[in-house]
Structures are given as structure tokens and as C-alpha cells.
Design a protein. Structure first.
Length: 77
């Protein structure tokens, strides 16, 4: 199973940055999971009180072409 990881807010703005996508992909190893995390970060918006984002995986039963983990994204202030 993949490991939890943190990213500073400064690295996550804007969420559409290709470098951010590559960084998250290096942790998840899965495009679907990466897209899900990016959508969560985007929902937090530009809240300047956020210091970093904490991503924590929860194992799921793997299906063909589906995410193997569900990620919880938490903004730490």
C-alpha cells in the first residue's frame, strides 16, 4: 500500500500545474488517484491559512483499471 505524504500549500497552487500532478503521481502511482487528490486540493481554493496538505491512503479492493486506494486530503492550518 502507498504511504501518506504531505505537500506544502506553496507547491499546490495552482492545482493545474503539471509539476504538481507529477509530484502527486510519484506518490500514488495511479492516474485516477492523482486526479482525485488534485480535485480535493482545488476544492480548498486559495485559503492562505493552509500551511500544507496531508494525504492519507485507505486501502480498497483493487478492480481492473480502478484506484487501489482512496485518499483523504486534509488541509492543515
Amino acid at each position: 500500500m502507498t504511504q501518506p505524504f504531505n505537500l506544502p500549500r506553496s507547491l499546490c497552487s495552482p492545482p493545474s500545474d503539471p509539476a504538481l500532478r507529477r509530484e502527486i503521481q510519484s506518490h500514488t502511482g495511479n492516474e485516477t488517484e492523482t486526479s482525485s487528490i488534485l480535485r480535493s486540493i482545488e476544492r480548498f481554493g486559495d485559503d492562505l491559512s493552509i500551511r500544507y496538505y496531508e494525504m492519507t491512503p485507505t486501502a480498497r479492493r483493487a478492480h481492473f483499471h480502478s484506484a487501489s486506494a482512496s485518499w483523504s486530503v486534509r488541509a492543515v492550518r
